[in-house]
Design a protein around this ligand. Structure first.
Ligand code: HEM
Length: 524
C-alpha cells in the first residue's frame, strides 16, 4: 500500500513538474511583488521598466490550479527588435487566445436563436481572424477587412469628412463638460464623455450613421464596448473553464450558469444588426460604397468574405476604436492639466493662428504634445497578445504554436536608451531643428507590423482635432481634492499610476490613480 501511495505521489509530482516546467529558461520572468490575483498593469509596467536592459521578458497572465493551468505572455522590450519581429515573422499573426470568447457568444446566440444566428459560424472573426499559413482563406479575409479599413481612412479626399465628424461632436462635448463640471467648478472624469464622442465618430466612419441622432444606441453601444473589452481581456477562472469545455458539453449547461456577459453582449450584436438595417435603407449592393460597411457588404456579395465577417468587423470597431481614442484624448487633457506651462504654450500657439489647423503640419507643436502624451501617458501599455501560429524562432528562442508574444509599449517609452530624460515631459523632443514634428522610430503606440493598429490614420486625425478644439474651449486644471503628483523622476512617474489589479474596471489599460480634474471654460 505504502509503495502504491509513494508511486502515486511521485507520478503526480512528475506530472506537475512537466506541466509547470519553464519552457524558456533564457527568458527572464518578471517577478511581481504582489500575488498574481492582485496584480495589475502597474506591476507589469514597473517590472518591465526595471528590466529594461533585457530585450525580452515574460510574465504569467494566468497561474491557477496550483500551477497546472499557466499562461505566460512573452514581452519584447526592445522597439527595434519588436518592429522587426512583428513586421517580418510569418508566425506572430494569430489571435487564437481570444477566439474562445467569440465562440461562447456565437454558441449562446445559436441556442437562444438570436437574430441571424443561423448564419453565424465559429470562425468568422473578421478583422481579428488569425494570419496563419495553415488557414489561407481566413488569412485572406482578415487581411482584406484590414486593408479596406486602412484604405478608407487613408483616402486623402476623405480627410475633411473625418475632420467634420470630429468637429460635429464639439458643441455636444463642450456642453456636457460644462454641465457635468458645473461650469469649471467640479472636477470630472472626462472619459465617460469622450467615449461616446469617439464612438459617434467611428460609427459614422464605419456605417455612415450619425449616432448623436440615435443617442440610445450610442450610449448602449458604449456600455457594451466596455463590457466586451473587460470580459475579453479578463482571465477569470469561470471564463477560462467555460472556454475550455468542449462545445458539445457546454451546450448542455443551463444558460443561467453561463458567464453573465455572454447574454448581455447579445445586445451589441442586435444593435449592430439594427444599425446595419438602418444603413441599408438608403444603400444597396451596386450603389457607390462610401462607408466601411458598404465596402464590406460589397465584398461579401462578391463572395470575398462571409456575412458575419462584416458584422464582426463592426463589432470589433466598437471594441477597438472608441475606448482607445477616448482614452488618448482624456489622457492628453490630464497631462496638460499636470503640465500647465506646456498647456499655456500650446494654447498661445493655437490662439495666434485662431485655432485654425486643418492638417498636422499646421501645428507641429500640437502633434508633438500628442506624441509626448502617447509616450508619457502610455495607457495602452502593451500591444495585444499575438498567438504564435507555428513553431518558430524569435530573438534566438524557439516558440511553439499558441504561445503568446507582444510588444511592451510603455517600458520602451520610458527607456533612456531611446528617449533622453525619459521621466521628463518634453513635447519638444518630437520637434526637429526647424520646429517641425518629427516622429521617433522607437515610439510605437500603435505597434508596428502586420497586425499593428489599422485605425492609426483615423486615430491621429481624431486626437489632433479633438485636442485642438477642447483646448480652445477649456483650461484644464488640477483640483486639490484629486491630487495628481507631478514629479518628473522614475519614482514620481510610477507614483502617478493606479496599483489596482486587472479585474478592476478599466484596468485592461494602465490607469492613473486619479482621473478627475477641472475643465474651466475659456469662452462664454
Ligand atoms: C489613439 C487611438 C488608438 C490607439 C493608441 C490604438 C492602439 C492599438 C494597438 C496598440 C493595437 C494592438 C496592435 C498589435 O497588437 O500589434 C491596436 C489594434 C487594433 N486597433 Fe487600434 N488604436 C487606436 C485607435 C483605433 C481606431 C480609431 C481604430 C479603428 C478605426 C482601431 C482599430 C484597431 C483594430 C481593428 C485593431 C486590431 C488589429 C489586429 O489585430 O489585426 N484602433 N490598436
Amino acid at each position: 500500500m505504502l509503495i502504491e501511495v509513494g508511486a502515486l505521489c511521485v507520478s503526480l509530482s512528475v506530472l506537475r513538474w512537466f506541466l509547470t516546467r519553464k519552457k524558456h529558461a533564457n527568458i527572464p520572468h518578471l517577478l511581481p511583488e504582489v500575488p498574481l490575483k492582485e496584480d495589475g498593469p502597474f506591476y507589469v509596467v514597473k517590472g518591465l521598466i526595471e528590466g529594461q536592459n533585457l530585450p525580452m521578458y515574460s510574465y504569467p497572465v494566468l497561474d491557477t490550479f496550483f500551477g497546472l493551468f499557466k499562461i505566460n505572455l512573452h514581452v519584447i522590450n526592445d522597439p527595434v527588435k519588436s518592429k522587426e519581429v512583428f513586421s517580418k515573422s510569418e508566425a506572430v499573426g494569430g489571435h487564437s487566445e481570444m477566439y474562445g470568447w467569440w465562440h461562447i457568444l456565437v454558441e449562446y446566440r445559436q441556442i437562444v436563436k438570436g437574430r441571424k444566428a443561423e448564419t453565424m459560424s465559429l470562425d468568422h472573426f473578421a478583422v481579428l481572424r488569425g494570419h496563419e499559413r495553415g488557414d489561407a482563406k481566413g488569412t485572406k479575409i482578415a487581411k482584406l477587412c484590414r486593408k479596406r479599413l486602412m484604405e478608407l481612412a487613408a483616402k486623402k479626399k476623405n480627410e475633411p469628412k473625418w475632420i467634420a465628424k470630429v468637429d460635429s461632436q464639439i458643441p455636444w462635448l463642450v456642453e456636457q463638460f460644462k454641465k457635468e463640471g458645473e461650469n469649471g467648478t467640479k472636477p470630472i472624469d472626462t472619459f465617460s464623455l469622450t467615449m461616446p464622442a469617439a464612438m459617434t465618430v467611428v460609427m459614422d466612419f464605419a456605417m455612415d450613421i450619425d449616432l448623436s441622432k440615435h443617442s440610445d444606441y450610442r450610449d448602449r453601444i458604449c456600455k457594451y464596448a466596455n463590457c466586451a473589452l473587460e470580459s475579453i481581456v479578463k482571465l477569470d477562472k469561470k471564463k477560462l473553464i467555460f472556454m475550455s469545455i468542449p462545445s458539445w458539453l457546454r451546450k448542455l449547461i443551463p444558460l443561467k450558469y453561463w458567464p453573465e456577459w455572454v447574454a448581455y453582449l447579445q445586445g451589441l450584436y442586435d444593435d449592430i444588426l439594427d444599425l446595419q438595417d438602418m444603413h441599408n435603407e438608403s444603400w444597396k449592393v451596386g450603389d457607390e460604397a462610401t462607408s466601411l460597411l458598404a465596402i464590406l457588404q460589397t465584398d461579401h456579395a462578391q463572395g470575398k468574405m462571409e456575412e458575419w465577417d462584416v458584422v464582426n468587423t463592426m463589432q470589433q470597431l466598437t471594441m477597438t476604436a472608441a475606448d482607445t481614442t477616448a482614452g488618448a484624448v482624456s489622457g492628453i487633457m490630464i497631462s496638460l492639466a499636470r503640465f500647465p506651462k506646456v498647456q499655456e504654450k500650446l494654447y498661445k500657439i493655437l490662439e495666434v493662428q485662431d485655432f485654425r489647423a486643418d492638417e498636422f503640419k499646421d501645428c507641429h507643436f500640437l502633434q508633438a504634445v500628442i506624441y509626448e502624451c502617447y509616450r508619457y501617458f502610455p495607457a495602452i501599455y502593451r500591444s495585444l497578445a499575438h498567438s504564435i501560429t507555428e513553431k518558430t524562432e524569435i530573438m534566438g528562442e524557439t516558440f511553439e504554436k499558441d504561445e503568446l508574444i507582444c510588444f511592451g509599449i510603455a517600458a520602451c517609452n520610458l527607456n533612456e536608451k531611446y528617449f533622453k530624460d525619459p521621466f521628463k515631459f518634453q513635447p519638444e523632443r518630437f520637434l526637429n531643428e526647424n520646429g517641425e514634428f518629427s516622429k521617433s522610430p522607437y515610439l510605437q503606440p500603435f505597434n508596428t507590423g502586420k497586425r499593428s493598429c489599422p485605425g492609426l490614420i483615423l486615430a491621429d486625425i481624431e486626437v489632433f482635432h479633438f485636442t485642438k478644439h477642447l483646448i480652445k474651449h477649456f483650461e484644464f486644471k488640477l483640483h486639490k481634492d484629486h491630487p495628481m503628483p507631478v514629479v518628473e523622476t522614475e519614482e514620481g512617474w510610477l507614483n502617478f499610476w493606479s496599483r489596482k489589479c486587472h479585474d478592476t474596471p478599466k484596468h485592461h489599460h494602465l490607469q492613473p490613480k486619479e482621473r478627475k480634474f477641472l475643465l474651466v471654460p475659456r469662452l462664454n
